[in-house]
Ligand binder design. Structure first.
Ligand code: 1HN
Length: 373
């Protein structure tokens, strides 16, 4: 007889442990007919002892993907594709387009003179510029010029479009969105802009010039939206800030020198659902392992090294992307004895914290380092 009903038994006091009997199996059949079931057959599965991510740790190497991303330029136009993006598909999450957990990511390419039309949706997005010049994004009428390793927000509900100016070069950037999360919450709306474009209504880069001054906030400034008004965070001041912090601090044993990108109005995360950070691993630095809830997508902004995730070693270099699923042990290594390495990281930690679900733990054995599997 084929097994029709799951039964996840555990021989532990307080956990479900009901053996199958012909009578119970017949009972489960009856419940099935009414779209119902006995909790004790699935309770141990739906209430794991600790988070059991179905996402796999994955490294996407830029050297493997770059040519394929560029090839899409010959195959589809932004007009037809909407967004010309190659997305990162976590092999453990083929049910949804997710890079890790409930985070989507992709690599978008655009040639000079091309434009991806304006739209808006309930999902929030970030983009991280990898290569090329002349790229810009317009968010609710604010135009932002984008350079190497700059980080831009397109928060939920904002009209946004991308382009590369005629005098630019082919550009590639990483998109990161909370689409899987917003879809899981069944709350995603999508709208195309009636004109497929929006007028630039403010001086170029005004939001970064207004809100991006360290220790200073504009007088009489009012901003009450749930996301940062500083739509663009540039690489140069970010890198400088990491070095300033490193000059007066040992940093974290788990993360080296780490700076969170913040909403300057609240000092909280840049958006309600996703946060971002940039961390620097000093030459030769080897961090201790820890784990926490939340899904993490790393982008190698600079340098080369390795990250050990649940005992598996992933060697990375510039513009590679890798993920650390929720509750996975991880530790980072800067492979260079002379250069620093920088990791940009996108996560859903703001959701975890807002919901009271954030938790972290240090790896206690072997001086804080995982054995390789
Ligand atoms: C989107 O709006 C962008 O604006 C990129 O660049 C990728 C994937 C799904 C839905 C919307 C963008 C997207 C997206």
């Amino acid at each position: 007889m084929t097994r029709k009903h799951e039964n996840h038994r555990e021989d532990v006091a307080g956990r479900a442990n009901v053996e199958d009997t012909p009578e119970l199996l017949a009972y489960y059949d009856e419940l099935d007919k009414f779209d119902a079931g006995a909790l004790w057959t699935v309770a141990n599965k739906i209430e794991p002892w600790e988070p059991a991510s179905t996402s796999k740790p994955v490294l996407w190497r830029f050297k493997d993907l770059r040519a394929h991303v560029l090839r899409s330029v010959d195959l589809v136009t932004p007009e037809k594709a909407g967004r010309r993006v190659i997305y990162l598909n976590n092999p453990g999450r083929t049910d949804v387009a997710a890079a890790v957990g409930w985070i989507y990511a992709g690599l978008q390419v655009m040639h000079p003179g091309e434009r991806a039309g304006a739209h808006r949706h309930s999902a929030s997005a970030i983009r991280f510029i990898m290569e090329g010049s002349g790229a810009y994004t317009v968010v609710d009428g604010h135009k932002m010029t984008l350079g190497h390793n700059d980080f831009v927000l397109t928060p939920n509900g904002t009209w946004h479009e991308h382009a590369v100016s005629e005098d630019g070069t082919p550009c590639i950037w990483q998109d990161g969105l909370d689409i899987p999360f917003v879809n899981a919450m069944e709350a995603n709306f999508y709208e195309v802009h009636p004109d497929h474009a929006q007028p630039v209504a403010y001086p170029v880069d005004d939001m970064t010039k207004t809100w991006g001054n360290p220790g200073l906030t504009p007088g009489g400034g009012t901003w009450t939206k749930g996301y940062s008004p500083m739509f663009k965070y540039e690489w140069a001041p970010t890198y400088e800030a990491l070095h300033k912090l490193a000059s007066c601090s040992d940093g974290s044993p788990f993360d080296g020198i780490l700076m969170e990108y913040v909403n300057p109005v609240t000092n909280g995360p840049v958006m309600r659902t996703m946060g971002a950070s940039m961390q620097m691993l000093r030459p030769g630095e080897k961090t201790r392992a820890h784990r926490h809830t939340g899904s993490f997508l790393y982008h190698v902004a600079k340098g080369s090294g390795a990250t050990i995730i649940n005992g598996q070693r992933f060697d990375w270099s510039e513009h590679d992307i890798f993920c650390v699923p929720s509750w996975a042990w991880h530790e980072h290594i800067n492979a260079s004895a002379s250069d620093d390495a920088c990791l940009f990281c996108l996560s859903d930690v703001p959701v975890m914290r807002a919901m009271g679900l954030y938790r972290e733990e240090a790896y206690g054995e072997n001086g804080g380092h995982q054995p390789l599997v």
